[in-house]
Design a protein around this ligand. Structure first.
Ligand code: ARG
Length: 463
């Protein structure tokens, strides 16, 4: 009766047909079919579990596994195979094809299993792989940052606080800042992966299974680190998806900040970098324009991912244990999160490989606007003045320099001496751009030697 095309696999209880509009509303196959490989993989491992439990004999298990592998091969080679307007979800699709192929033996596969533990297992298998891919993409963006830093080792840019020129830093130091940020994202994904990699299969619908299935062996076959300890929890837990969306939100927030820096730095007003034609667009109206659309899209897409995180949290918050159909809504949010993050990481790496840095513009900006004022205060401290006093005095020197329309190192020694006899001829050297950067030589600072070391360590960490 059940499992002919168009019939539901839960049909026995029902005499009436589903309203077609409801059936369409209820379906998830149009989006969850991308879990087909995970679903087949889980089914093969479950089949072996049933074999070891004595539920299936070796011939039956072979028949089932060979049919499953044919189903997967077809799904992967012929996309029209998955165009089934009647399948409710990926689990019913695979089971229906199995029964079509091998008849009654196929009807045994669902023993001791529910779609509830199946879908949780599929999602975890699928997400685990996507996490590995995302970690790889993060590493690629990190490599691109290191290459960009290496290609521009000497360049100094203004560093900002409050988007006001603050102190000069090496451009490579800026690159390494984002390297650190993305490194934390990688570490975070590895953490999330640990909690993703727990197997719910064997929880059946909610209460666990009565068949003597060796869950540890099934988990081992599927590459899970462990099995879930509580069946009610296992089928109703989507923390792993929410955690991923949380980690993805941080990645997107970071990419968006990087995008914002790149967008700003490529304006005529800043002019520190230029994007190559390969990743910029023009204007249909204004002939002179070169727009950073790639980075604007990355910045814009961050909002989508924050939204998915919110959707998942809100979808789960009112659900009584255990499985509820609301949870079918997890997939589109999770799938789009993965697709969007992967796409944004890919584009970010490409943009980073298409940046030309303008040394002259960066240097000009870094030497105008009193970015060496802190250095002058530090100079006075080295000569014996308490920092608070030095800070106050340099403030007054800056006011005078502004009135004279000069940078600090363009004042005369006499003008300096009018403020403090501690200031001597060596002040000009101290105020140079190279010195200002070079003195930040403690661990974590922007002195060229430190940055050089940091680059070496960073490279090694990627190996
Ligand atoms: N398509 C469903 C989902 O994604 C699979 C689990 C359905 N289970 C059930 N008892 N209706 O959540």
């Amino acid at each position: 009766m059940s499992n002919e095309k168009g019939k539901q696999l839960w049909g026995g209880r029902f005499t009436g047909e589903a309203d077609p509009k409801f059936a369409a509303f209820n379906r998830s196959f149009d989006f969850d079919r991308r879990l087909v490989a995970a679903d087949v993989r889980g089914s093969v491992a479950h089949c072996d579990g049933l074999l070891r439990a004595g539920v299936l004999n070796p011939a039956e298990a072979e028949q089932i596994k060979s049919a499953l592998s044919r189903i997967l091969a077809k799904a992967q080679s012929d996309s029209s195979y998955l165009n089934d307007a009647t399948a409710e979800d990926v689990h019913s699709f695979v089971e229906a094809r199995l029964i079509e192929m091998i008849g009654d033996v196929g009807r045994k596969l669902h023993t001791g299993r529910s779609r509830n533990d199946q879908v949780a297992t599929d999602l975890r298998l699928w997400l685990r792989e996507e996490i590995d891919g995302t970690i790889g993409s993060l590493a690629e963006s990190q490599t691109a940052l290191l290459d960009l830093a290496d290609a521009n080792r000497e360049i100094i840019i203004p560093g900002y606080t409050h988007l006001q020129r603050a102190q000069p830093v090496l451009f490579a130091h800026w690159c390494l800042a984002y390297f650190e940020i993305l490194g934390r994202d990688r570490a975070r994904l590895n953490e999330v992966r640990r909690r993703v990699n727990v197997m719910p299969l064997g929880s059946a619908a909610l209460a666990g299974t009565s068949y003597p299935i060796d869950r540890e062996a099934v988990a081992h076959a599927l590459g899970f680190d462990s099995v879930s300890r509580n069946s009610l929890d296992a089928v109703s837990d989507r923390d792993f998806a929410i955690e991923f969306a949380g980690a993805a939100s941080l990645i997107m927030m970071h990419l968006s900040r990087l995008a914002e820096d790149i967008i700003l730095y490529s304006t005529t007003e800043f002019g520190f970098i230029e994007l190559s034609d390969a990743i910029a667009t023009g204007s249909s109206l204004m002939p002179q324009k070169k727009n950073p659309d790639a980075m604007e899209l990355v910045r814009g897409k961050a909002g989508r991912i924050f939204g998915h995180l919110q959707s998942l949290l809100t979808m789960m918050k009112g659900l009584p244990l255990a499985y509820n159909k609301d949870m079918q809504e997890d997939k589109e949010a999770l799938f789009d999160t993965v697709d969007t993050v992967k796409g944004c990481l890919l584009i970010t790496a490409i943009v980073l490989r298409n940046i030309r840095v303008s040394e002259a513009r960066a240097r000009d900006a870094a030497t105008h606007g009193y970015l060496n004022a802190t250095e002058l205060a530090d100079y006075l401290v080295r000569k014996g003045m308490p920092f608070r006093e030095a800070h106050e005095m340099v403030g007054r020197i800056v006011v005078q320099a502004i009135e004279m329309g000069r940078e600090l190192n363009k004042l005369t020694l006499d003008q300096f001496k009018a403020f403090s006899s501690l200031i001597e001829d060596d002040v000009f050297e101290a105020l140079s751009l190279e010195q200002t950067v070079g003195t930040k030589s403690q661990f974590g600072g922007t002195a060229p030697d430190r940055v050089g070391e940091a680059l070496v360590i960073a490279r090694k960490s990627l190996e």
